[in-house]
Design a protein around this ligand. Sequence first.
Ligand SMILES: Nc1ncnc2c1ncn2[C@@H]1O[C@H](COP(=O)(O)OP(=O)(O)OP(=O)(O)O)[C@@H](O)[C@H]1O
Length: 613
Amino acid sequence: MIFTCFLPSLADNAQVLLNFKNLLTNADALNNWGNQSIGLCSWTGILCFNQTFHGLRLENMGLRGNISVDTLLELSRLNSFSVINNSFEGPMPAFKKLVSLRALFLSNNKFSGEILDDAFEGMTRLKRVFLAENEFTGHIPASLAKLPKLLDVDLHGNSFGGNIPEFQQRDFRVFDLSNNKLEGQIPESLSNKDPKSFAGNEGLCGEPLSPCMASPPSVPSPNSSKGKKLKNDVILTAGVVVGVILLASILAFLIIRYRRKKHVTVEDALPHSVNSVSTSEAKSIVVTQESMTSEDGGLNFVGREKGGFELQDLLRASAEVLGSGSFGSTYKALLLNGPVVVVKRFKHMNNVGKKEFYEHMKRLGRLSHPNLLPLVAFYYGKEEKLLVHDFAENGSLASHLHGKGGCVLDWASRLKIIKGVARGLAYLYEEFPDEALPHGHLKSSNVVLDHSLEPRLAEYGLVRVVEKKHAQQFMVGYKSPEVSQFERASEKSDVWCLGILILEVLTGRFPASYLRHGKGASEDLAAWVESIVREGWIDGEIRGKGNGEGEMVKLLRIGMGCCEWSLERRWGWREAVAKIEELKETDAGDHGTEGDHFYSSSLSLDDFVSISK
Ligand SMILES: Nc1ncnc2c1ncn2[C@@H]1O[C@H](COP(=O)(O)OP(=O)(O)OP(=O)(O)O)[C@@H](O)[C@H]1O
């Protein structure tokens, strides 16, 4: 199977990356770099979005050697750079040349020495700076404090000294200066931070730590009466201070223990108002806690255990907006030292109570099929719900069929995808015999593809928890003729969507009705189907590329059978799935002429439908 994913800019970047790798030592983990057959986006540690390179995530690889910033400068796009947990040493490389960088992760290495005051100057897009657990010394660079977009700063576990500079930003998501050698008064602008952010710096004082003590003007002799009184006062004050600190530590310890036990507390737990940003912008999932209530719980893992992360980790993770659908935004989150997951925010799910919602999610979590995107975890908030899924490396089927920069899918890949979709759907039908619409929202952007282009169905089984009005307006299962005309969903409504998907895959054309909601959408679809037959239904990318055209005709017939207007005549899911399973990559030899006839002739829809039966 051929994946034609090698785009010009990727090819340029490929050589630059190989040059970059050549200066690293102990780079065995990057052995597949240079392998053109898998494509750059599948090389270890390469971050791509929609098949466009956007970053390096070279974590936990034992890497050493020279990080050549000048080489990185040649990459067409570098938003995020991470070498967390490797063995790099020496001074911090001159990253400031990478002015488009948004996230820099250098934690857990052996970088050392002072960082120049202007080391971050001009990095106006930089939002995330993780330098923790290295051997940096000297002052916190002034240019870091002046970064206009800084959201996360983690410098813990170094030997930074001197005073904390005044940070231009005030609202941090991650702020950790603990375990350094910082001293002096904490700037007032940071007084609202968690005391833990400053712990382990003996010389620091002021809010949120204990007040700074003014030094006494003169020290009387300890034996004078004044001196004795002062001594007693000092002992008394010290006793009180030690007592207060001890009490505060015990309290803090108890709180942390309590939080750990619950995984996350109510306060920690609420990822709600995720700021809207442009699709390409990498950002973290911003939490504002305004909609927190005591009814909200934490992150609930379902099904199998997933790599031990908690909501806090999710909130700290760098996140990228994948898109904004009819329910809310979807983010790809890169967990530090952990998996890559997709977080989808759902509004419009308030028609079910918490108990019912939990039960339904647990039911979804128990599903397991190679063509189903597993639900990893969910979060129940009063206003919003979050669903966490695995990330599918090759994005959505829609992005390949219609997006810029997707793979050119050959016939074999398309057939594999349709077969996978059919199998996933059949599984859902078997698992949810009581649901009218076991999937409910089957469309090409809800079919995601893994590294080998194996399809996985997403956004399935949600009809029960989505508000009816919203479902009717936006979920594609509701756009079948019977629902849009008679408001009567049937299990064949999912079959209708399968048919549309088949036609979309065969033609490479976007179904018009997705752009339109409500009544009339099905008429649009009928016109779309008719135009397909009239104007040539086969995607130029798969037409005439060898054998298999007879099989394409068969698939077209299946698509038409699934898109029968009348419910009686429309195929049932079993029939559709069985017929799809029979399809082969290449023609057995008896269909070639039939295929030629189909896509070379101009047929009316009626002609076509009668022929295809
Ligand atoms: N697990 C995933 N892995 C990779 N990409 C994903 C994943 N889940 C969703 N996406 C992609 O993220 C993008 C945004 O998804 P989202 O569900 O928000 O919008 P949509 O599918 O276009 O619309 P709708 O909300 O109606 O389903 C889509 O292109 C989708 O294919």
